[in-house]
Design a protein. Structure first.
Length: 398
């Protein structure tokens, strides 16, 4: 049976949808437990007993308690979001009995689905997914990508009302409710802006410390562009596409994420536009480069050394003595010491992204942790990197 601690994400709960200011804070686990155990069974069954889509049924439904799975609100409106829950709900309406059953069965195999249960009226299914916490505007953009995932995974169209971060979800009753409290964060591409500079960021889960690591797939594209022209204003591209494909394949393997068309599009567009921005002409079309990048990724994945290379650093997070609750620097130092002991060499190289996956942090935070290890005299840089995207050589001093 569910307990409130299973899914601690905080959300708002109200008894009357016509009173958007009268809200209390509950946890997602509390609400799902109530749906599964029948806390609101009698009132929900009364709604289901009324003629489907009748005025009487619609009126009775609006008298039910409701929740906002997307977060905590001071008032039920988008601009009053106080805390995003890192969740997004999707309604699949009017499926019918057989389709509703198969949809919930599909959710069991979906690692991104937190919960799946019959909707209030019983004719549809509500799916709950974990996404990176975000603003109301980005919640709407995230919904479009979640809906695409639902379309490809479940073969159903999501109700567009899910775009609204403050959308009220009426409580339900379903003893067959499916729950996966350890669901993965669904990778989402969202626009971000820092100091007026726009970009596209892909947020993905770090499975090593329960935190969100920030992975910019377009970062790979930009930094593998060859802006030095071969002759005149035309650039060589084959070597760079191979490098880009390898980088994407390795990183996706490290974070245990399936590479999608959207990832490839994000990387290729950034790679293409970086050449364009620098005034460097390319000989082939964007679609041709996209196909070449996919071939490079698949080729890298088939290499016998691929998986060992991907696991080079993150394998130490599975060690029985790995300090999961230590500081970021201590986690990185643990991996470095074990790597050097195994290699019998105190010289090694590591990139900030690998260090971030070991520490369960963003690559920028991991880079600061490594710098602290250097300042403390535990690591020492071993020369300058030839290219800024390369891993840095270090020496373990202690």
């Amino acid at each position: 049976m569910l307990t409130a601690s299973d899914i601690p994400a905080r959300i708002s709960f109200g008894l009357d949808v016509t009173k958007p200011g009268e809200l209390e804070v509950r946890t997602t686990g509390d609400i799902l437990r109530g749906i599964a155990t029948g806390s609101w069974q009698d009132t929900v069954l009364r709604v289901r007993s009324l003629p489907h889509e009748s005025p009487e049924q619609r009126t009775a439904k609006k008298l039910l308690p409701f929740t906002t799975f997307a977060g905590v609100f001071s008032y039920r409106r988008n601009e009053s979001l106080r805390e995003h829950s890192g969740q997004i709900g999707v309604d699949l309406d009017d499926l019918g009995e057989a389709k509703a059953v198969t949809t919930i069965q599909s959710a069991v195999a979906d690692s991104f689905c937190i919960a799946a249960f019959r909707s209030t009226r019983g004719e549809g299914v509500r799916l709950l997914f974990r996404i990176p916490p975000c603003s109301p505007e980005n919640h709407s953009l995230a919904f479009v990508q979640v809906a695409e995932h639902v379309r490809s995974t479940y073969g159903c169209e999501a109700d567009e009302s899910g775009k609204d971060v403050s959308r009220a979800s009426f409580i339900s009753f379903d003893r067959g409710l499916w729950v996966n409290s350890s669901a993965d964060v669904l990778p989402i591409i969202l626009p971000v802006s820092h100091s007026g500079i726009g970009g596209i960021t892909r947020c993905v889960p770090s499975v090593y410390a329960g935190q969100l690591a920030l992975t910019c797939w377009n970062w790979f594209g930009r930094h593998y562009a060859n802006i030095a022209p071969m002759s005149g204003d035309t650039a060589k591209t084959h070597k760079n596409i191979l490098g880009l494909g390898l980088a994407i394949a390795l990183h996706a393997e490290r974070i245990k994420e399936k590479i999608t068309d959207r990832q490839i599009d994000s990387a290729v567009y950034a790679w293409w536009h970086e050449h364009e921005k620098q005034g460097v002409r390319l000989r082939r079309s964007l679609d041709e480069y996209k196909r070449e990048l996919r071939q490079s990724i698949e080729g890298a994945q088939r290499k016998p050394w691929f998986k060992p290379a991907a696991e080079k650093w993150i394998r130490w997070t599975k060690h029985k003595d790995f300090p999961h609750f230590a500081t970021l620097s201590e986690k990185i130092l643990f991996a470095v010491r074990h790597h050097c002991a195994e290699a019998r060499d105190n010289n090694f190289f590591i990139g900030a992204r690998d260090a971030g996956l070991v520490a369960g942090a963003s690559y920028r935070t991991a880079a600061r942790a490594i710098l602290k290890l250097c300042d403390d005299g535990q690591l020492k840089k071993g020369g300058e990197r030839q290219y800024h995207r390369h891993a840095q050589v270090y020496r373990l001093m202690t």
